[in-house]
Write a protein that binds this ligand. Structure first.
Ligand SMILES: NC(=O)c1ccc[n+]([C@@H]2O[C@H](COP(=O)([O-])OP(=O)(O)OC[C@H]3O[C@@H](n4cnc5c(N)ncnc54)[C@H](O)[C@@H]3O)[C@@H](O)[C@H]2O)c1
Ligand SMILES: [Zn+2]
Length: 347
């Protein structure tokens, strides 16, 4: 935190979904106050998406709003949370329920900072990269399919030229989406909501033990299989997305994803998105459609989609275990089924 005093003051934030609360925002404001920051001062968020969400909200509130800057240290932070306009905290069992639109004064993206991420941290960021590439940058998606293993194994440091380009392209695609609808009031149909309809409920249902990135991955797989079963996304394309998630080591199913959870998520999404669910379903690389009504996806089809995802997840796990035992931990070892599972009368 920097005020008129040249020395910055530091405040180490607890950064988990459980501590992403108004109480923590107050702690940041108290630290800013103790540090003597005036209205010309600034808060600097150095950390992942939880950190920037909390600090952004604190900056928007402190003395009715002071500057803030972000130095995102996670992949999700660098391509998504740190780039956008939003800050927020969890409230009353609802994810990001209290928040603000409050653009940062500057963001410094330093890919080297990703070198210390855990493997899970890298995978979680990969989920958001799959999201934005699928809806908005087909070339990025295609190269990710070829480079997944090296990117993940090297914490997005190698292959050097492409790792940086991938981050840049993901940021560019995200900014392009934000530029036309920064405050989410021009349209409630947003490509960047791909993977973000049932995900938030999954996080809450699992008491945040399922990380945001993993929940987004499950949501994207669900949306793709819905699209395939509704006949608006080809089986091949749905499997390309699912395969990219699987070879990235991301989940495509979670036992908490039930019919009830989906129904609750759809109601909440409709409430948030002007009466329509607006579930984002890719229709190809770089194209997508929006599922509007709950009734577009009947109970029978929902059950079939969930069964298919569960079976596919089990198959991926068996395949991964077999590869590990055989000493073949190559991500490319996961083969996509070429046959179309048969579901009666749901197309
Ligand atoms: N505001 C937005 O537009 C937006 C967009 C996407 C996600 N989000 C939010 O971002 C959050 C997820 O962010 P995240 O994925 O960055 O996770 P995170 O902020 O929860 O960080 C995950 C863990 O990584 C650690 N960490 C951070 N940087 C590290 C580094 N360089 N090396 C090692 N460990 C490091 C953190 O201490 C934490 O334990 C969610 O709360 C989500 O809702 C917000
Ligand atoms: Zn997200």
């Amino acid at each position: 935190m920097a005020g008129l005093v040249p020395q910055p003051s530091w405040f180490v934030l607890p950064c988990t979904e459980i501590s992403k609360t108004l109480d923590t925002v107050e702690q940041v404001c108290a630290a800013a106050s103790n540090a003597g920051i005036d209205r010309t001062g600034a808060l600097i968020a150095i950390g992942g998406g939880v950190c920037s969400d909390i600090v952004t909200l604190a900056a928007s509130l402190f003395r009715r709003g002071i500057s803030h800057l972000r130095i995102p240290t996670t992949l999700i932070g660098q391509i998504d949370a740190g780039i956008g306009l939003k800050g927020g905290v969890n409230f009353a069992q609802r994810k990001n329920y209290l928040g603000c639109f409050y653009p940062p004064d500057a963001v410094a993206v330093i890919p080297r900072l990703l070198a210390t991420l855990t493997r899970d941290g890298v995978k979680q960021g990969m989920a958001e990269m799959v999201k934005i590439s699928c809806t908005s940058d087909p070339r990025l998606f295609t190269v990710l399919e070829q480079q997944t293993k090296e990117l993940i194994d090297s914490n997005f440091q190698l292959p050097e030229a492409f790792a940086k380009e991938a981050i840049q392209r993901a940021i560019t695609a995200m900014l392009k989406e934000l530029r036309t609808n920064p405050f989410e009031n021009r349209t409630l149909q947003r490509a960047v909501d791909f993977g973000h309809t049932v995900a938030h409920f999954l996080e809450v249902e699992t008491a945040y033990t399922l990380h945001h990135g993993f929940a987004v991955s499950v949501d994207m797989a669900f949306s793709c299989v819905v699209g395939w079963r509704l006949g608006i996304l080809s089986f091949e394309m749905a499997m390309r997305v699912i395969n990219l998630l699987a070879i990235s080591g991301l989940p495509i199913h979670h036992h908490a994803l039930t019919e009830d959870l989906i129904a609750a998520s759809f109601s909440a999404a409709a409430n948030h998105r002007g009466g329509a669910i607006n579930l984002v379903i890719p229709t190809g690389l770089g194209t997508y459609a929006f599922l509007k009504k709950k009734s577009d996806l009947g109970a029978k089809l929902t059950r079939e989609v969930l069964d298919w995802l569960r079976q596919e997840q089990e198959r991926v796990l068996v395949q991964t275990a077999t590869d590990t035992v055989a000493g073949n931990t190559d991500y490319g070892g996961f083969e996509v089924s070429s046959t179309r599972p048969s579901f009666e009368g749901c197309l």
